[in-house]
Design a protein around this ligand. Structure first.
Ligand SMILES: [Zn+2]
Ligand SMILES: [Zn+2]
Length: 281
């Protein structure tokens, strides 16, 4: 069950810079209360359609043991919190297997050579992301920063297509686990399709920091690969969480269905935010 606790949405926003730093969105996340969703005619002034309970998508997040979601008092924002540790198996859990979730890598020799230093247990984090319940498309898209740009339903942060020193390379991918993830300076994180969550399907993968949900490579609306995606692999259509009437269609993202580096690697989020990003701190 969701923990419904009234909480001020006035979260302090700090950027996580796990692989370095990038100041491109600093100004836009100085204060989450400035998220441009204000509707002057709304009774609360904070959003046009405040809600009284968490939507079913957020309930799927809190199904993970380490994720909480809290609705703000005004019903306009949801704050997700997670310790960043996934509820699925990985070769990045300590090989002593105290977690019960350690699995051998597919190619131990290659993994040992290419893996990032540090096991999942070595990191202690509390990630927090506050998003509007009704995210809106921004007038201009914005580049994603290094570090956490979203939170998956496993509680693990989603990163973009870069490491601190450039694009995710084939050598870096050799060090990923089966979920397209590795440990970083500050946290275990996904760069590629996390197969434990979604593998060539239309399941919910997570939420990006601009508040839009991200799904697997296929779309619920057609059960097929969407063909009307924008440059961020987003479009307006029905999802698992909307009704089927035309007015119920919502903007959402998909994992990129383009093979990355000519192999079965699918970047989660190589594009820009189409909404207004909030910080994942
Ligand atoms: Zn990384
Ligand atoms: Zn879709």
């Amino acid at each position: 069950m969701a923990r419904l606790i009234n909480l001020s949405a006035m979260a302090t926003v700090l950027l996580l810079s796990a692989c370095g730093s990038d100041s491109t969105i600093d100004e836009s996340v100085d204060d989450v209360t400035e998220v441009p969703i204000a509707d002057d005619e709304s009774p609360t002034g904070a959003c046009s359609n405040p809600v009284t309970e968490l939507s079913s998508a957020f309930l799927d997040f809190v199904a993970a043991p380490n994720v909480t979601a809290v609705l703000s008092e005004d019903g306009c924002f949801v704050t997700l919190e997670s310790d960043g540790k996934p509820d699925h198996t990985s070769s990045y859990w300590d090989a002593g297997n105290a977690s019960g979730l350690y699995v051998e890598p597919e190619d131990s020799e290659l993994f040992d050579r290419r893996r990032s230093p540090g096991d999942i247990e070595d990191y202690s984090n509390l990630f927090e992301l506050t998003v509007p319940v009704e995210p809106e498309l921004a007038t201009v898209s914005s580049a994603t920063p290094l570090g956490a740009i979203g939170i998956a339903i496993s509680g693990t942060p989603i990163f973009n297509d870069s490491e601190g020193n450039g694009d995710v390379s084939a050598g870096v991918i050799d060090g990923f686990d089966r979920n397209g993830a590795h440990t970083g300076p500050q946290t275990y994180h996904y760069h590629l399709e996390p197969k434990a969550i979604s593998f060539d399907d239309d399941k919910l993968v997570g939420i990006m920091s601009d508040g839009f949900l991200i799904f697997g490579r296929r779309c619920f609306s057609t059960v097929d690969y969407p063909t009307d995606l924008d440059e961020s692999n987003g479009h307006v259509s029905h999802t698992l969480y909307t009704g089927s009437n035309p007015e119920d269609a919502e903007y959402h993202y998909h994992i990129s269905n383009e093979q990355y580096l000519n192999a079965e690697n699918y970047l989660i989020f190589p594009g820009n935010f189409q909404g207004t990003p909030n910080g994942v701190n």
